[in-house]
Write a protein of this length. Structure first.
Length: 205
């Protein structure tokens, strides 16, 4: 699916060639190779998102090739003093479930820096660094394995059990992910410029 240009890739995974079970300093500074499997780095993402209004897109593909996406109108991380908390997360749209809203406001945790409110270390328990609460509805930094486990890369889906009037989370195991950002203010400027060009053409005609 095409969403136009101007997107910045901040995370990419597709074959398990890079180990994502890493400590705080690696997640802060980034690792991997851009264009291959990589994580841009929490500090870089913080510096980018504090300078404007950025929307977030999470693109997902399971091991059967089924594609889904989740799009959020705003995304911003705090700095290291705030443990790179997920401070802003806008409204959701997409074909994947809204599995990130549960993590809004949470601090980032790694196996060697436990910042979640849960009694255990969620990052250590589920083999991946994330904005854990107690513990997660999504985890894009989990193990790259084709099996249903809360420790794998997953984006959970709500299943409503009508008879018992409750909701449960079904684990969706993910093979390929791409997480991207776009500056909304640049989009607005581009639209204004395009409208001005159209107006000039109309005046000439």
């Amino acid at each position: 699916m095409s969403f136009g240009g101007g997107w910045l890739v901040i995370q990419q995974r597709f074959d398990g060639s890079v180990n994502f079970y890493r400590g705080w300093s690696d997640y802060r500074d980034g690792f991997g190779v851009i264009g291959e499997e990589f994580w841009l780095g929490l500090e870089a993402i913080h510096q980018i998102t504090k300078r404007g209004t950025y929307e977030l897109m999470v693109e997902l593909e399971d091991f059967s090739g089924n594609y889904k996406y989740a799009r959020y109108t705003e995304f911003q991380l705090g700095g290291e003093a705030e443990k790179y908390a997920l401070n802003k997360l806008g409204s959701y749209s997409g074909t994947a479930d809204d599995s990130l809203a549960y993590h809004k406001g949470m601090k980032f945790s790694t196996f060697d820096s436990d910042n979640d409110p849960h009694s255990s270390n969620c990052a250590k328990q589920y083999k991946g660094a994330w904005w854990y609460q107690a513990c997660h509805f999504s985890n894009l930094n989990g193990e790259h394995l084709n099996q249903k486990s809360s420790a794998t890369i997953n984006w959970q889906k709500k299943i409503q059990v009508i008879q018992e009037n409750l909701e449960i989370q079904e684990i969706q195991v993910i093979q390929v992910i791409q997480v991207i950002l776009k500056n909304q203010e640049i989009q607005v400027i581009q639209v204004i410029q395009e409208n001005q060009e159209i107006q000039k053409i109309q005046e000439i005609l």
